[in-house]
Design a protein around this ligand. Sequence first.
Ligand code: G6P
Ligand code: MG
Length: 217
Amino acid sequence: SIKACLFDLDGVLVDTAKYHYLAWKRLADELGFEFTEQDNERLKGVSRMASLDILLSVGGVELDEAAKLELAERKNNWYFDMISKMDDSEILPGALEFLKDCRENGLKVALGSASKNAMTILNNTGLTPYFDAIIDGTRTTSAKPDPEVFTLGATELGVSPDECVVFEDAEAGIEAAQRAGMRSVGIGSPCTLGKANLVIASLGDITVDRLLSIAAV
Ligand code: G6P
Ligand code: MG
Protein backbone atom coordinates (compact mmCIF):
# COMPACT_ATOMS: atom_id res chain seq x y z
CA SER A 1 0.00 0.00 0.00
CA ILE A 2 1.01 3.63 -0.48
CA LYS A 3 2.57 5.22 2.60
CA ALA A 4 4.57 8.16 1.19
CA CYS A 5 4.66 10.82 -1.51
CA LEU A 6 8.01 12.15 -2.78
CA PHE A 7 7.95 15.47 -4.59
CA ASP A 8 10.30 17.10 -7.05
CA LEU A 9 10.42 20.86 -6.39
CA ASP A 10 11.01 22.89 -9.57
CA GLY A 11 8.02 22.50 -11.88
CA VAL A 12 5.98 20.40 -9.45
CA LEU A 13 5.51 22.55 -6.34
CA VAL A 14 6.82 25.91 -7.58
CA ASP A 15 7.43 27.54 -10.94
CA THR A 16 11.12 28.31 -10.80
CA ALA A 17 11.84 27.32 -14.42
CA LYS A 18 11.20 30.93 -15.46
CA TYR A 19 13.93 32.18 -13.09
CA HIS A 20 16.39 29.49 -14.17
CA TYR A 21 15.67 30.58 -17.74
CA LEU A 22 16.21 34.31 -17.07
CA ALA A 23 19.53 33.61 -15.36
CA TRP A 24 20.80 31.16 -18.02
CA LYS A 25 19.69 33.55 -20.77
CA ARG A 26 21.59 36.41 -19.16
CA LEU A 27 24.69 34.23 -19.13
CA ALA A 28 24.22 33.31 -22.81
CA ASP A 29 23.74 37.03 -23.61
CA GLU A 30 27.04 37.84 -21.92
CA LEU A 31 28.76 35.03 -23.82
CA GLY A 32 27.23 36.37 -27.04
CA PHE A 33 24.79 33.72 -28.20
CA GLU A 34 21.05 33.08 -28.38
CA PHE A 35 19.38 30.85 -25.76
CA THR A 36 15.67 30.22 -26.33
CA GLU A 37 12.89 29.02 -24.06
CA GLN A 38 12.84 25.85 -26.13
CA ASP A 39 16.53 25.28 -25.34
CA ASN A 40 15.66 25.82 -21.69
CA GLU A 41 13.28 22.83 -21.75
CA ARG A 42 16.34 20.59 -21.97
CA LEU A 43 17.57 21.90 -18.59
CA LYS A 44 14.54 20.79 -16.57
CA GLY A 45 15.52 18.31 -13.88
CA VAL A 46 19.17 18.52 -14.95
CA SER A 47 21.86 19.45 -12.39
CA ARG A 48 23.51 22.88 -12.45
CA MET A 49 26.82 21.82 -14.04
CA ALA A 50 25.12 19.52 -16.55
CA SER A 51 22.78 22.42 -17.43
CA LEU A 52 25.79 24.64 -18.06
CA ASP A 53 27.30 22.00 -20.37
CA ILE A 54 24.06 21.92 -22.40
CA LEU A 55 23.96 25.73 -22.56
CA LEU A 56 27.58 25.93 -23.70
CA SER A 57 26.96 23.29 -26.38
CA VAL A 58 24.06 25.41 -27.69
CA GLY A 59 26.52 28.30 -28.07
CA GLY A 60 29.33 26.09 -29.38
CA VAL A 61 31.55 27.27 -26.53
CA GLU A 62 34.29 25.12 -24.98
CA LEU A 63 35.82 26.05 -21.61
CA ASP A 64 37.98 24.47 -18.92
CA GLU A 65 36.60 23.34 -15.56
CA ALA A 66 37.66 26.48 -13.63
CA ALA A 67 35.97 28.79 -16.15
CA LYS A 68 32.83 26.65 -16.04
CA LEU A 69 32.67 26.81 -12.24
CA GLU A 70 32.94 30.59 -12.41
CA LEU A 71 30.08 30.81 -14.94
CA ALA A 72 27.88 28.47 -12.90
CA GLU A 73 28.46 30.62 -9.83
CA ARG A 74 27.65 33.79 -11.76
CA LYS A 75 24.38 32.26 -13.00
CA ASN A 76 23.50 31.05 -9.53
CA ASN A 77 24.02 34.50 -7.98
CA TRP A 78 21.45 35.98 -10.40
CA TYR A 79 19.11 33.04 -9.81
CA PHE A 80 19.49 33.38 -6.04
CA ASP A 81 18.56 37.09 -6.20
CA MET A 82 15.32 36.13 -7.95
CA ILE A 83 14.31 33.26 -5.67
CA SER A 84 15.10 35.39 -2.63
CA LYS A 85 12.07 37.50 -3.57
CA MET A 86 9.68 34.54 -3.93
CA ASP A 87 6.64 34.13 -1.69
CA ASP A 88 3.66 31.77 -1.31
CA SER A 89 1.95 33.28 -4.38
CA GLU A 90 4.40 31.24 -6.48
CA ILE A 91 3.26 27.85 -5.23
CA LEU A 92 1.80 26.01 -8.25
CA PRO A 93 -2.00 25.41 -8.42
CA GLY A 94 -3.17 22.57 -6.18
CA ALA A 95 0.25 21.91 -4.63
CA LEU A 96 -0.43 23.26 -1.14
CA GLU A 97 -3.85 21.59 -1.02
CA PHE A 98 -2.37 18.25 -2.03
CA LEU A 99 0.42 18.48 0.57
CA LYS A 100 -2.23 19.13 3.24
CA ASP A 101 -4.31 16.25 1.86
CA CYS A 102 -1.28 13.94 2.30
CA ARG A 103 -0.89 15.08 5.90
CA GLU A 104 -4.57 14.60 6.73
CA ASN A 105 -4.49 11.08 5.30
CA GLY A 106 -1.38 10.06 7.24
CA LEU A 107 0.92 9.82 4.23
CA LYS A 108 4.56 10.73 4.78
CA VAL A 109 6.00 13.50 2.60
CA ALA A 110 9.52 14.00 1.27
CA LEU A 111 11.25 16.37 -1.10
CA GLY A 112 13.48 14.88 -3.80
CA SER A 113 15.12 17.73 -5.68
CA ALA A 114 18.37 18.20 -7.60
CA SER A 115 18.50 21.85 -6.52
CA LYS A 116 21.07 23.18 -4.07
CA ASN A 117 18.71 26.13 -3.55
CA ALA A 118 15.77 24.03 -2.35
CA MET A 119 15.82 25.24 1.26
CA THR A 120 15.70 28.91 0.22
CA ILE A 121 12.71 28.21 -2.01
CA LEU A 122 10.85 26.09 0.57
CA ASN A 123 11.41 28.65 3.31
CA ASN A 124 10.39 31.66 1.19
CA THR A 125 7.19 29.98 0.00
CA GLY A 126 6.33 28.65 3.46
CA LEU A 127 6.38 25.00 2.33
CA THR A 128 9.08 23.70 4.70
CA PRO A 129 6.69 22.55 7.49
CA TYR A 130 4.91 20.13 5.14
CA PHE A 131 7.93 17.83 4.77
CA ASP A 132 9.02 14.90 6.94
CA ALA A 133 12.28 14.59 4.99
CA ILE A 134 14.10 16.97 2.65
CA ILE A 135 16.60 15.54 0.15
CA ASP A 136 18.14 18.17 -2.13
CA GLY A 137 21.19 18.74 -4.30
CA THR A 138 23.39 19.38 -1.25
CA ARG A 139 22.77 15.81 -0.04
CA THR A 140 23.19 13.74 -3.21
CA THR A 141 26.16 12.81 -5.35
CA SER A 142 24.40 11.39 -8.42
CA ALA A 143 21.83 13.38 -10.40
CA LYS A 144 18.52 12.07 -11.79
CA PRO A 145 17.95 9.72 -13.66
CA ASP A 146 20.06 8.09 -10.93
CA PRO A 147 17.57 6.99 -8.24
CA GLU A 148 19.72 8.20 -5.30
CA VAL A 149 17.59 11.22 -4.34
CA PHE A 150 14.41 9.14 -4.05
CA THR A 151 16.04 6.08 -2.48
CA LEU A 152 17.51 8.34 0.22
CA GLY A 153 14.08 9.94 0.74
CA ALA A 154 12.39 6.57 1.29
CA THR A 155 15.11 5.49 3.71
CA GLU A 156 14.75 8.69 5.70
CA LEU A 157 10.96 8.27 5.83
CA GLY A 158 11.32 4.63 6.89
CA VAL A 159 9.25 3.26 4.00
CA SER A 160 10.06 0.82 1.22
CA PRO A 161 10.17 1.83 -2.47
CA ASP A 162 6.93 0.02 -3.35
CA GLU A 163 5.14 2.16 -0.74
CA CYS A 164 6.23 5.41 -2.48
CA VAL A 165 4.76 7.57 -5.23
CA VAL A 166 7.02 10.13 -6.91
CA PHE A 167 5.66 13.38 -8.43
CA GLU A 168 7.86 14.71 -11.24
CA ASP A 169 7.73 17.12 -14.19
CA ALA A 170 10.95 15.91 -15.86
CA GLU A 171 11.55 12.76 -17.88
CA ALA A 172 14.82 12.15 -15.99
CA GLY A 173 12.85 12.27 -12.73
CA ILE A 174 10.30 9.68 -13.89
CA GLU A 175 13.18 7.41 -14.90
CA ALA A 176 14.82 7.95 -11.48
CA ALA A 177 11.56 6.90 -9.79
CA GLN A 178 11.35 3.75 -11.93
CA ARG A 179 14.97 2.85 -11.18
CA ALA A 180 14.22 3.31 -7.47
CA GLY A 181 11.34 0.83 -7.81
CA MET A 182 8.69 3.46 -7.13
CA ARG A 183 5.44 4.42 -8.83
CA SER A 184 5.32 7.85 -10.47
CA VAL A 185 2.91 10.61 -11.39
CA GLY A 186 4.01 12.93 -14.19
CA ILE A 187 3.03 16.59 -13.89
CA GLY A 188 2.79 18.03 -17.40
CA SER A 189 2.34 16.54 -20.83
CA PRO A 190 1.86 12.81 -21.65
CA CYS A 191 4.14 13.39 -24.66
CA THR A 192 7.25 13.81 -22.52
CA LEU A 193 6.12 11.93 -19.39
CA GLY A 194 4.57 8.86 -21.02
CA LYS A 195 6.59 6.47 -18.88
CA ALA A 196 4.85 7.62 -15.68
CA ASN A 197 2.06 5.47 -14.21
CA LEU A 198 -0.25 8.47 -14.42
CA VAL A 199 0.11 11.90 -16.05
CA ILE A 200 -1.84 14.96 -14.86
CA ALA A 201 -1.62 18.64 -15.79
CA SER A 202 -1.15 19.87 -12.23
CA LEU A 203 -1.50 18.74 -8.61
CA GLY A 204 -4.93 20.39 -8.73
CA ASP A 205 -6.05 17.36 -10.75
CA ILE A 206 -5.52 14.76 -8.04
CA THR A 207 -6.61 13.98 -4.47
CA VAL A 208 -5.13 11.44 -2.08
CA ASP A 209 -8.39 9.43 -2.35
CA ARG A 210 -8.00 9.17 -6.10
CA LEU A 211 -4.30 8.38 -5.87
CA LEU A 212 -4.96 5.51 -3.44
CA SER A 213 -7.75 4.10 -5.58
CA ILE A 214 -5.54 4.14 -8.68
CA ALA A 215 -2.60 2.61 -6.81
CA ALA A 216 -4.83 -0.21 -5.51
CA VAL A 217 -5.47 -1.44 -9.05
C1 G6P B 1 16.17 21.27 -10.72
C2 G6P B 1 15.78 22.11 -11.93
C3 G6P B 1 16.97 22.30 -12.85
C4 G6P B 1 18.17 22.83 -12.07
C5 G6P B 1 18.52 21.88 -10.92
C6 G6P B 1 19.68 22.38 -10.07
O1 G6P B 1 16.31 19.95 -11.13
O2 G6P B 1 14.72 21.52 -12.66
O3 G6P B 1 16.61 23.19 -13.89
O4 G6P B 1 19.29 22.98 -12.91
O5 G6P B 1 17.38 21.73 -10.10
O6 G6P B 1 19.29 23.54 -9.40
P1 G6P B 1 20.25 24.53 -8.63
O7 G6P B 1 19.30 25.41 -7.87
O8 G6P B 1 21.08 23.71 -7.70
O9 G6P B 1 21.08 25.25 -9.63
MG1 MG C 1 11.39 19.47 -11.89
